[in-house]
Design a protein around this ligand. Sequence first.
Ligand SMILES: Cc1cc2nc3c(=O)[nH]c(=O)nc-3n(C[C@H](O)[C@H](O)[C@H](O)COP(=O)(O)OP(=O)(O)OC[C@H]3O[C@@H](n4cnc5c(N)ncnc54)[C@H](O)[C@@H]3O)c2cc1C
Length: 413
Amino acid sequence: MDAGLNEHYDVAVIGGGPAGAAAAIQAARGGAKVVVFEKGKHGRDKVCGDGLTPRAVAALHDLDIDLESEGVHRIDGLRMIAGKQRRQLPWPAHGRFPSHGAVWPRRRLDAHLVDAADKAGAELVYETSALPILDGDRVVGVEAGSRRIGAGLTVVAAGAQGKTARMLGAERDPDEPFGLAIRAYMETPRHLDRHLEACLTLRDRHGTPVPGYGWMFPCGDGTVNIGVGALSTMKRFSDLNLNTLLDDYRALVRDEWGLDGEYLERPRAWRLPMSSVKRHGPGWVAIGDAAGLINPMNGEGIDYGLESGMLASDLFLADPSTAPERYDVEIGERFDAFLRTGRRFSFLIGHPWILRNGLRVAVGTEAIANITLAVMGNLVDNDTPGAAGRVLRIADKALAAADPLLRKTRAAT
Ligand SMILES: Cc1cc2nc3c(=O)[nH]c(=O)nc-3n(C[C@H](O)[C@H](O)[C@H](O)COP(=O)(O)OP(=O)(O)OC[C@H]3O[C@@H](n4cnc5c(N)ncnc54)[C@H](O)[C@@H]3O)c2cc1C
């Protein structure tokens, strides 16, 4: 053991969100010696919409997480609202994923996942920040309080890029879009509603259409998660006041949802990273938000965190020496093309005229609304057969051709 390191683990995880917990569960169940450092307390909250698509439910099943016995609120489909048009569509019954999603408030979901990691044999250390230890460009372990731990693999699961990312050169790509979103909880008589609701026609106080959406995600516990999110490609993005946008959205849905009271806690906003200049290096991988793995089409990141966490550990268990390189390749194969299409799409809808007119088409007919559902619900990627997959592949080609122009004429200021 290196003189400066006083303990050794197979896997050291920085961050106990869904990504870090998934990596820890998978590695510990595979027999690895695992430690997770989480700077928050056990049961810390995370600013989120709490929405789980069928793909995320499938990832939780892969981890043997049983949503039913936890009483998690089940979701049967998506309601999309664009101005006066509304479409309510069920999740498809015979796709690659289960026919239901869920809403699981993060305080409970994340606590459940770290507890599962604990049960699997991982060591969980709360209220402790960790940082990678570098030997040249190799990460040899982590430093946490007075502990200097050597690790075969250091898994960076620290969420939206911060200090750890700066140390590793794994920051967000400044030329790529990102998102900002805000959420609160409110009491509602419709807390048992079995649909995620998304309002696609938000406008800022200047009347500019906002690329993003407002959501009502019913939690099944007397409350609804209410929020709004926007992409950085919009005009005057830096002036956008998320609190105002949320208040305006609340006014819009107040009657329909019976929102008589106030926000149950102060609305909180956070970043949605959608790129990373690097997601691996000698001795380390970044997973989840730390790797910029958020879907620009719907702001979903929990599923990507779970999937990337499991993959990193599977590859480590198969062959520690090649795990970082293999991880980068396999994540690339699984997600890069789709997420790149999404980022290009976000430059497209950053143009108000395109957004206004595109939305009319997106929910205008049932057939096209079904494709929008597949995209918003993360049921489709560039390899998916059928109409939605075909549309996505065509869109990918068209967006690739238009990309330089879209970026040059980007609306954001
Ligand atoms: C308002 C909003 C709404 C959203 N809604 C949805 C949604 O409905 N569905 C969905 O799928 N996604 C949604 N997302 C995205 C989702 O929240 C993230 O993608 C998801 O939390 C990523 O998980 P993660 O484990 O990578 O990171 P995180 O959940 O951010 O976890 C990272 C953890 O690392 C800890 N940490 C950071 N630095 C250190 C350190 N140095 N040492 C120790 N610990 C550290 C943090 O305390 C944190 O607990 C939303 C995001 C926002 C902002």
